[in-house]
Design a protein around this ligand. Structure first.
Ligand SMILES: Cc1cc2nc3c(=O)[nH]c(=O)nc-3n(C[C@H](O)[C@H](O)[C@H](O)COP(=O)(O)OP(=O)(O)OC[C@H]3O[C@@H](n4cnc5c(N)ncnc54)[C@H](O)[C@@H]3O)c2cc1C
Length: 368
């Protein structure tokens, strides 16, 4: 007997939304479900005091992929927001990423040649052949001053461990710019969808049946009975009931507050780079959209240990977890009629543009 739907799409995040949109456009009958009570997955934004709040962490869209940029512009108008975070080290403010503004503030140097000479002098003074840990690696790249004020405390809070106990590879590529350029991303296209990401995803899902608050794994057999194929964007290990072990994540905890003032910190993103401030960043959401509301909403970000049941944020792509993922992937390949995708289904940190890129490629292959 013909099933009610051609595809059941588990997860109304960006990956699921691309799939649902493309399949529906091609005439397939799709049902999207999500266990949360909202669409858009981790890029979900919702309005508080007229401000779009990024509930699962600040999301700044940036890409060099014109196809992806054009695709998403079909569902939203992007504003001109450019990510220019600043660092607050015990009340001293520095521009990020490390550039001439940072070096000028740090050492008073004016020209790129002076800055390069200063960095070189600092690197040479404490250079370690074959750096064994993150501290040695960072000092090799930018010298002691920048390491002490802008890297050490922040990184230790982020990872919950001293930099001397962290592997060097974590920061193999520290961008150092000898221009007065505070634009964090080296991307051709950048911006935030006007009105928030949720509205963008809602446009992608227009005309698609969506059921929220539905956990696929809780009633898997019943859901499977509804559709010929499944696109699963939840955690791959959860799909297999963790039978080979649990894939680990790094987590973040957000403390969000409405403040009775118009402008708390003058920038969307402020990193606290000292070790004493317990949070790593403060996000002031209105600045993503140049908001002029009377109030403001801020989120303090804390690094948090992850345990099963917590919100999974960043996959830990170390040897142990990568090896475990390979085993789950092999199991997934044996699951007939199920496509595993997205950041949880592929246990992969994907920026938004990459998710759209891989989802488009996968859905096109599916329809070929
Ligand atoms: C803190 C943080 C900040 C980020 N910032 C940026 C940024 O600035 N720029 C950028 O480009 N990218 C950023 N990203 C990446 C971005 O969040 C991802 O690219 C994107 O959210 C991935 O979409 P997805 O559909 O794969 O996953 P998700 O958005 O996680 O969607 C998966 C969905 O599946 C649902 N689901 C899971 N299991 C089940 C189940 N059993 N039943 C039903 N539903 C289920 C979940 O509820 C979820 O809604 C950031 C990521 C994090 C963690």
């Amino acid at each position: 007997m013909k099933k009610q739907y051609d595809y059941l799409i588990v997860g109304a995040g960006l990956y699921g939304a691309v799939f649902a949109h493309e399949l529906t456009k091609a005439g397939k009958r799709c049902l999207v479900i999500d266990k949360r009570d909202h669409i858009a997955g981790n890029i979900y934004t919702h309005e508080v005091e007229g401000i779009q709040v990024h509930q699962y962490g600040a999301h700044i869209f940036h890409t060099n992929n014109k196809e992806v940029w054009d695709y998403l512009n079909g569902f939203a108008v992007f504003n001109r927001y450019t990510n220019s975070p600043i660092a607050n080290y015990k009340g001293e403010i520095y521009n990020l990423p490390f550039n001439m503004n940072t070096f000028n503030k740090m050492w008073g140097v004016i020209t790129p040649a002076e800055a390069a000479a200063k960095i070189e002098e600092q690197r040479k003074a404490s250079y370690t052949e074959n750096p064994k840990n993150l501290e040695e690696q960072a000092i090799n790249l930018v010298g002691v001053d920048i390491y002490e004020k802008l890297i050490k405390g922040y990184t230790e809070k982020q990872w919950g461990r001293p930099c001397t106990e962290l592997p060097a590879f974590i920061i193999k590529r520290l961008p150092v710019r000898l221009t007065y350029d505070n634009n964090y991303f080296n991307a051709l296209y950048q911006g935030i969808p006007v009105g928030g990401y949720t509205a963008m995803v809602a446009n992608m899902l227009e005309g698609v049946e969506v059921r929220l608050g539905q956990d696929y794994l809780a009633d898997k057999a019943e859901w499977d009975a509804l559709a010929d194929k499944v696109v699963y964007t939840g955690p791959i290990d959860a799909y297999f009931a963790y039978k080979l072990g649990v894939l680990e994540y790094r987590s973040v905890r957000f403390e969000t507050e409405v403040l009775d003032e118009t402008n708390y910190q003058g920038n969307a993103v402020v990193n606290y780079t000292d070790a004493e401030t317990p949070y790593t960043r403060v996000i002031e959401h209105k600045h993503f959209e140049f908001g002029t509301q009377e109030k403001t909403v801020i989120s303090r970000e804390y690094s948090a240990e992850w345990k099963l049941g917590d919100e999974p944020y960043y996959p830990v792509n170390d040897e142990k977890n990568s090896a475990l993922y390979v085993k789950y992937k092999a199991l997934a390949e044996g699951e007939n009629g199920v496509i595993f995708g997205g950041r949880l289904g592929e246990y992969q940190y994907y920026d938004m543009d990459k998710v759209v890129e891989v989802a488009l490629a996968r859905v096109q292959a599916e329809m070929a």
